[in-house]
Ligand binder design. Structure first.
Ligand code: PLP
Length: 392
């Protein structure tokens, strides 16, 4: 590996040079089954023809102009996202962290301009992950992400996830609260799924208090959990929702979507992005979303998710009984298997078996397979992962 790459990642000893559907190919031409899809990015699998064609056509027509001008396919994409989410307005960014920056700026400016609060403060959750920029790492509930980057950006108060009482208690003692920001399922934190009532309770509480409810759907959004957006499992619509990972099937694009009182907060001069929502990025995202809609992949993700859950519960039944496998959880194609011990070494062992998986929070195997994974490929993933766990 080149010495000229900054050393920010512990990389596995493999380099992929080609992808097709659920498979990646390394420099020697060896094939790997991908159950991670670049961390919930390539929902349609690798090199999807519809996305590749949309990008290549747009690239040879018009790649970039500027948000100083109208961008027709950005408008089309915004209309589509608002229709799917029952929300009102979109700001496009290039990444998840930037989408969250926009959300945080909306919350702060909402505090200043609507609530007359000088030090607007957002309630966020422990074990959350919201990104690596200074404000998003400050919102993140993980000391490892923050260490060495102090002073942190102020204006965030952390409470335990899935604890409605903790949110109420903070709000009762702090007049500066303007928003509550959570992930519907904590992805990086260990695939932590809250009680079904949690998001509904936050929604009701934010309505009662006049707070903005911000849902970070950067990992859970775009059909990943078996709904277009994970908040829809709880029948709620947030005031602000952020998307990124799955939105462009690998082309970098993020979105911060607002509804109701949050839609009018950002006005000319308050926020912007050179690249955000440029014609090329929007072509990729439109092709991604249209394909998901045409192929009803929202439902496929839900069904395949159940298939994985049942498959793992069967194949790991003995290890569950023995307490070695503590939990199998998740929604749709966001699948977590929690073990009684740390298991980070499984990532390399899976690689040796030509399967790509991830371990988060040290003891949770995380699978984020493509929405186009076949039943046979799912069987293969279940068999290899179960064998790896049994061999531990
Ligand atoms: C990945 C992720 C982010 C950060 O997205 P980037 O594109 O890496 O900046 C933020 N929030 C959640 C929930 C994520 O999973």
């Amino acid at each position: 590996m080149s010495d000229h790459i900054m050393n920010t990642y512990g990389r596995l000893p493999v380099s992929f040079v080609k992808g097709e559907g659920c498979y990646l190919y390394d420099e020697q031409g060896q094939r790997y089954l991908d159950a991670l899809t670049g961390i919930a990015v390539c929902g349609l699998g690798h090199s999807h023809p519809a996305v590749a064609q949309a990008i290549s056509e747009q690239a040879s027509t018009l790649m970039h102009t500027s948000n100083l001008y109208g961008i027709p396919n950005q408008e089309e994409l915004a209309d589509k996202l608002c229709e799917l989410s029952a929300m009102d307005r979109v700001f496009f960014s290039n990444s998840g962290a930037e989408a969250n920056e926009a959300a945080i700026k909306i919350a702060r400016r909402f505090g200043h301009t609507v609530k007359n609060i000088d030090l607007p403060t957002i309630i966020v959750a422990n074990k959350s992950f919201h990104g690596r920029t200074l404000s998003t790492l400050s919102a993140t509930g993980n000391p490892k992400v923050q260490a060495g980057f102090e002073p942190l950006v102020p204006g965030f108060i952390h409470v335990d996830f899935n604890d409605m009482g903790a949110i109420k208690q903070v709000a009762d003692h702090n007049d500066n609260i303007v928003a509550v920001m959570v992930e519907p399922i904590q992805g990086e934190g260990g695939l932590i799924t809250p009680a079904n009532s949690y998001l509904k309770e936050i929604r009701a509480f934010c309505d009662e208090k006049g707070f903005l409810m911000i849902l970070d759907e950067i990992q859970t959004g775009v059909c990943r959990t078996g709904k277009w957006f994970a908040g829809q499992h709880s029948d709620i619509v947030p005031d602000v929702m952020t998307l990124a990972k799955g939105l462009g099937n690998g082309f970098p694009i993020g979105a911060c979507i607002a509804k109701g009182p949050a839609t009018e907060i950002l006005v000319p001069g308050t926020h912007g992005s050179t690249f955000g929502g440029n014609p090329l990025a929007c072509a990729a995202a439109l092709a991604t979303i249209n394909t998901m809609q045409e192929q009803n992949l929202e439902q496929r993700a839900a069904e395949l998710g159940d298939y994985f859950q049942q498959g793992f519960k069967q194949s790991l039944a003995d290890l569950i009984k023995q307490g070695f496998v503590k939990d199998i959880r998740g929604k749709g194609l966001m699948i977590g298997i929690e073990l009684a011990q740390t298991c980070t070494e499984l990532v390399k062992k899976a690689l040796d078996k030509k399967l790509l998986i991830n371990v988060t929070a040290d003891n949770v195997i995380r699978l984020l397979p493509a929405l186009i994974t076949s039943d046979t490929q799912a069987d293969e993933i279940i068999a290899i992962v179960s064998e790896l766990i049994a061999d531990l």
